[in-house]
Design a protein around this ligand. Sequence first.
Ligand code: MN
Length: 720
Amino acid sequence: MIRLNDIIDRVNSYLYLNDGDVELIKKAYVYSAKVHAGQKRSSGEPYLSHPLEVSGIISEMKLDLSSIITGLLHDTVEDTLATSDEIESLFGKEIAYLVDGVTKISQLPYSSKKERQAESFRKLILATAKDIRVVLIKLADRLHNMRTLEHLSEERQMRIAKETIEIYAPLSHRLGINWVTNDLEDLAFSFINREEFGRLSKLITERKSEWEKHVDDIRTIIESKLMEFDISSEVTGRFKHIYGIYSKMQSQNLEFDNVYDVIAFRIITNSLKECYEALGAVHSSWKPVPGRFKDYIALPKGNGYQSLHTTVIGPFGERMEIQIRTRAMHEIAEYGVASHWTYKEGKLEEGGTYEIYSTLRQLLEWKDIQDPTEYMEAIKGELITNVLYVFTPQGDLRELPTGATPIDFAYSVHTEVGNTCTGAMVNGKLVPLNYQLKTGDTIKIVTSRDRHPSRDWLKFVITSNAKTKIRNWLRNEERTQSEIVGKSICERKFKQHGLDFNKLLKKGELQKSLAELKIKDVKELYLAVGFGKMSVNDLLKRILPSDKMDAPPEKESRIEKIIKTITRSSEGGILVRGYEDVMIRFANCCSPLPGEDILGYITRGKGITIHKDDCPTLHEVDRARRIDVEWDKNFEGLRPVRLMVMCSDRPGVLSDISSSISACDVNIAKAEMHADDVESAMGNFDVIISNLSQLENVMKSIKKVKGVKSVVRSNERERT
Ligand code: MN
């Protein structure tokens, strides 16, 4: 077990600790010992050994003082009676914040059976951590747990090893901490594939002494070559880690004996210039293998790694991989993000934070940041700001862009879920569909088979996936609607010429004409007509004799119009997508008047029924079959409206009301009156109205009649 003084010495080697700092480390140690007292690790060791070792690893990572102290305290809130408030009062806000972050990550629900989610889960960790030190401390924690994994049950070993190789090793790789990545991978591999790990380590041990001599020989040769070129450098030859060799064998389908770069030679120079000089020296001494040279100095890897890589045919005729880099580049390769820390008297240097976070963001997001305001955002806020992570009720993780709503989520699960979404529960509570999701939310989508996407959704969804699918659905629906509209236009136009469209169709008498028009079936005809791409006249022309075609349809007399209106046969006055020839009828329930807001409802076979747009009936029908309609402004039609009049039952009231209506120059189609009780009576008057203001006049006029208590349109009464 590492001793506290070893840790303090190590920290002192890279940052200067004053007495106060050392006191704080000791205080954390004593506190941790106190709250973990009596607890044991599975190995039987006192629990305190774990936070000590973790803190030791953190000192090897060369992290700052707060991280070292957090290492000692990292399990206190989760595993003991210690509270976050207590940590804050004893060690300050920053350390409490870091401990809190590590605890939160430990509590994330990772299930390793979902391998495809690994990348999302890594990002979830980063989003949860908020401060990069939390991730680094968590990696140190994991590394020590992996080193002591043999004491756990086989099942837990497997689970933790898998999680390590899927989540934590790649995270460490991304942060560029080479030695931690290698250790995590080898440890995890030794549990996941015991046999292969054993076989490879045996092979390596067998050849080690032979190789070591070989490495010495080659190192000496490289060194003397570089001396010739007057380049001062340090040359090392190292064995690749076992999992690295294994991965190479797997990906290139090689046997162990054919992996030529089991040993990687490394030349570390003092300057950038010398890197390229050393490369020149190597290439002029040994033949380079074509296609193997890579300049990661000019083009660094996403995690900041810089180096020149080349493979040459070495002095003994075998391939050698050589990496050339400066000492600073080497630091980055080994310590990753931590090498960007700049320390001053044990604290991060003023402005250092800025530097760190900007570097970090690039590392984490694998991209360059151009906009300086983004740097600031990174300093202030979360490491990952443009995505959020939410869970399905089954615990599946979904990544969505910031600002996503339950509808976006629903479509990310399945198109059908999106298309039938009626509501959403977030963390057990019902939320509006335009609710903005937050990282960590668990979302349950409520669906219903007869619900459909709404055009309104397009106003708040933000994923292109959801947008595309909603538009697709609407477009499809528009086709269905156009088909119905087209059919209705065909039927009506044919009827105007005394023909029965459906009968002709059934008899096959339209087939030839359709073929001439290059329309392959009746559905295509409906669509063409419904979308206004062709006129029904084109078809009629081919069926009717030309003289009949030219004769305009008979004009209806005014009185015929009124009769038709009252009997509610098909009538005009309505434009459906700009076409007037659509079969429509007015709904009995609300009798809309010209000038009122209206909405159409498609009924199969019966064309479109026109309702007032606030008619309660519409709320009960399939939303998808609603269609936008408008009044034809040129139309001078008449509409029946039923007025209900409550009045006192006095003699002559019916005739008084009738004359008040006639006085407005309005016809009455029907009038009836019946006594409700002794005192009052109720009358129904069907009046023929041309527009809204005329109706208002009539109603005003009726109200003035002596004994009249109220006048309402019949549908309005139904709604109260
Ligand atoms: Mn721990």
